[in-house]
Design a protein around this ligand. Structure first.
Ligand SMILES: Nc1ncnc2c1ncn2[C@@H]1O[C@H](COP(=O)(O)OP(=O)(O)OP(=O)(O)O)[C@@H](O)[C@H]1O
Ligand SMILES: [Mg+2]
Length: 326
């Protein structure tokens, strides 16, 4: 069953263009100029129940705009949109009870209350029966190991702790779809990993459909079986995440630190030196050459070494180029 369907979904923002200087401002009083921006452009999307979808694309691609339309925060300019059988922007109460949205940049919690009281308030807002509320709250508290935080004022929680509470608050009413707009933004590696584990479990155990946007490769790779890539408002890839990275992620980034100064030219069999100082080398190498380059580096006794994936932006750029060339 499809829980989300869109057809030629488009959002055009109209932005008032202010002319420069005082004269420009005065002229603007009777003749306003507008600039139109197709933030989302004719997007067709079908998402089935239980899927975990990664929505990726560079800054300004239209991801948040798409999520805002799917959750009814804004109305589309044109096209068809159906989420769980509803037109989201009608904002019917029955619809609002069936999904949740968490935005990394915007809190939904009540900062002056304790975490416990905040959750209780959500219970009242959604009319969750007491027994269900207790059971779910306990399940999430244990999953996240946040017992100790429950009596703290939300305002005093760290970013990572607050994000865990945001997720618990969003999931209390057992939504069928969870929309996440950059939930791991600004979090350290440990908190991000905990949140990924939590989301995976919610998707698998509760069958919640999850739509996740993130600029972090790790989030997308470990969680999302399917990926939708958008660029300049248009969908440029929709398919298995593995296939996307196999086809378009060509290189790895190796960073090596040495106690003794080292000549980096010998590592560069077939790569690109991104940073070359006597004690630190950062090299971008084709995936299949990673092992070979690592071996050469190991011979120089590095004091530290790390291998990272290419950034999402680089991969998206490559998809985009590949498409415009064919
Ligand atoms: N309220 C608005 N009025 C006018 N233009 C807007 C408005 N909101 C967004 N835009 C423009 O629409 C485009 C898409 O923005 P959107 O926030 O959806 O991008 P995004 O993919 O979420 O980017 P990011 O990764 O930076 O969060 C951008 O060019 C942005 O400037
Ligand atoms: Mg955004």
């Amino acid at each position: 069953m499809n829980v989300i369907e869109t057809e030629n979904l488009t959002k055009t923002y109209k932005r008032y263009k202010k002319r420069e200087g005082i004269i420009g401002s005065i002229q603007g009083l009777w003749k306003r100029e507008y600039e139109e921006k197709n933030a989302v452009n004719s997007v067709n999307l079908k998402i089935e129940e239980g899927e975990f979808i990664g929505l990726i694309g560079p800054n300004g691609a239209g991801k948040t705009t798409l999520i805002k339309m799917l959750t009814g925060i804004i109305a589309p300019t044109s096209g068809r949109i159906e989420v769980l059988g509803y037109y989201p922007n009608d904002l019917k109460n029955e619809f609002k009870e069936k999904y949740a949205v968490v935005m990394g940049q915007k809190s939904q919690l009540f900062f002056e209350l304790t975490a416990n009281d905040t959750l209780r308030l959500f219970k009242e807002i959604y009319g969750i029966p007491e027994a269900e509320y207790q059971e779910r709250k306990q399940y999430f508290i244990e999953l996240f190991g946040v017992e100790k935080l429950m009596n703290m004022q939300v305002r005093t929680l760290s970013l990572g702790e607050r994000m865990k509470m945001e997720l618990i608050a969003a999931l209390l009413h057992n939504p069928q779809i969870l929309f996440l707009d950059e939930p791991t933004i600004g979090l350290d590696a440990i908190a991000s990993r905990q949140i990924r584990g939590f989301l995976k479990q919610v998707n698998q155990e509760k069958g919640t459909t999850i739509i996740l946007t993130s600029h972090y490769m790790e989030d997308i790779k470990t969680l999302c079986g399917r990926c939708v890539v958008i660029n300049h408002g248009s969908k440029i890839y929709d398919g298995r995440t593995e296939a996307l990275f196999e086809k378009y992620q060509n290189s790895k980034k190796i960073t090596a630190i040495f106690e003794q100064p080292v000549d980096g030219s010998r590592f560069l069999t077939d790569g690109l030196m991104l940073e070359d100082t006597p004690h630190k080398k950062v090299i971008s190498v084709p995936k299949e050459k990673t092992y070979q380059v690592l071996q050469a580096i190991m011979e120089e006794n590095p004091s530290d070494i790390s291998v990272e994936e290419e950034e999402i932006g680089t991969v998206v750029e490559r998809i985009y180029k590949g498409r415009s060339e064919t």
